[in-house]
Design a protein around this ligand. Structure first.
Ligand code: SF4
Length: 424
């Protein structure tokens, strides 16, 4: 993923580098729960490309630095991915191919580093498995590497949506973040993407960066609004365990904005985007009408997604799996004709209740209490009375009509709320 920050709703807690909180977030963000509310007739597919030009010092995703990429690595990745798909099909059965593939998301990493011929081969093979057109095909892209010369080719392959890792238009902040592009390259890249004819374009915006001021963030928002970017993912910078940023912070060499400043940045992002007509359909996701990410919504709605590639997670036929994180371990399993799965999990009744809550809280409508009761045969308070009452008393949760949702303050401290349910 080009962003690798934290969602808007995780202000202070994310700056303390607490590993459990990181894991909680990643579980909540990347993985859907088992108990689906919707039909299993369709499917989302996530492909993890574990390559980046270089590693940003705040990132802990499963990626390795490959400079401008190597065709050999890309070819091997495609072959391995297709082999993984064959192994999934052998295990799950051909019914998987009868499902309608409605979203495809190429993330990472920087999948836009992949040479066109490798992408072509991948798309061709996927098309043989699922011949119908895929409604939404997203490619994560970074500006400034010359890859944006391939926009027309990506469109011809069927990419409908690009997600551009802009982060900021300020050189000083991009340098702080160790990004490989300048502000000018980010703007030029964004303009190119917007005029290339994709159905949608998303931009990652990061805030809470050392030395960032409210005025700088406001300028970044001004430009995005001027360009009418259809979708914006806004993340607060977070300290991930073991990253150079976290180490520097522990040594007192990296100063992050104070909590009040960070909250002011959250407020600014939300207020500006709401005023401009963006719908905040998830705590870090803002869209103009018709531009929600269909793929990401699948995770929050606990719909099936098959994930392939190192570290990829799947929710398939009521089972959650997570692949080996290291590319070498992922490849070694495949070479032994084994699915490269490190963890398998079937959720119990309490897990389902917990996940229903913390995934539901990511969305502005929150939890429909009637639907919860109909599904579990009991009220939320039956299992979570203490948590709900305490979070209400702290001003983090609210009940409006028959919906339980985060307050504005709760959105700022969303991780604290999630932990109350995940950590039991
Ligand atoms: S571009 Fe940077 S932040 Fe994004 S996945 Fe690569 S290393 Fe991580």
């Amino acid at each position: 993923m080009a962003g690798a920050g934290q969602e808007i709703g995780a202000a202070n807690p994310k700056h303390n580098g607490d590993e459990n909180k990181e894991k909680t977030f990643h579980r909540a963000h990347r993985i859907g729960a088992v108990d689906r509310l919707t039909s299993t007739d369709d499917l989302g597919l996530y492909l993890h490309a574990p390559f980046c030009a270089h590693i940003c010092p705040y990132c802990d995703f499963a990626v390795e630095a490959v400079g401008r990429g190597t065709p050999k690595l890309a070819d091997a990745w495609v072959s391995n991915l297709l082999q993984e798909l064959d192994l999934v099909l052998a295990e799950v059965g051909p019914a998987l191919l009868e499902r309608s593939l409605v979203t495809l998301y190429l993330g990472g990493g920087t999948p836009s580093l992949l040479p066109i011929d490798a992408l072509e081969r991948l798309f061709r093979q996927l098309h043989m498995h699922w011949p119908q057109p895929i409604g939404e095909v997203t490619l994560e892209v970074n500006p400034g590497l010359g890859e944006l010369d391939h926009l027309a080719e990506w469109r011809a392959l069927g990419v409908t949506r690009v997600s551009l890792g802009v982060q900021s238009f300020h050189d000083i902040l991009l340098k702080r973040l160790g990004r490989g592009h300048s502000g000018a390259a980010a703007e030029a890249g964004l303009r190119k993407c917007l005029s290339a004819g994709f159905e949608s374009v998303s931009v990652d915006l990061i805030f809470g960066v050392p030395d960032q001021t409210l005025a700088m963030l406001n300028q970044d928002l001004n430009l995005m609004l001027e360009l009418a970017v259809p979708h914006i993912s806004a993340y607060a910078l977070t300290l991930e365990v073991g990253t150079p940023f976290t180490i520097a912070h522990a040594k007192g060499k990296l100063k992050l904005p104070a909590e009040d400043d960070l909250i002011a940045m959250h407020d600014l992002v939300e207020d500006r985007l709401h005023e401009a007509g963006y719908e905040q359909y998830e705590i870090s996701s803002f869209s103009l009408t018709g531009h929600r990410s269909r793929h990401n919504q699948r995770y929050w709605a606990r719909q099936d997604v098959l994930g392939l590639g190192p570290s990829a997670s799947s929710l398939l036929n009521a089972e959650r799996t997570t692949n080996f994180r290291a590319r070498q371990a992922w490849e070694a399993a495949l070479h032994s004709k084994q699915r490269p799965v490190e963890e398998r999990e079937r959720l119990g009744a309490m897990d389902l209740r917990r996940e229903t809550l913390y995934l539901g809280f990511r969305r502005p409508e929150g939890i429909d209490l009637r639907a919860y009761e109909a599904r579990f045969g009991e009220a939320v308070e039956s299992c979570f009375e203490t948590e709900v009452n305490e979070l209400k008393a702290l001003g983090l949760l609210q009940q409006v009509d028959r919906h339980l949702s985060l307050t504005r303050r709760g959105v700022r401290f969303a991780d604290e709320v999630f932990l109350r349910f995940v950590g039991r």
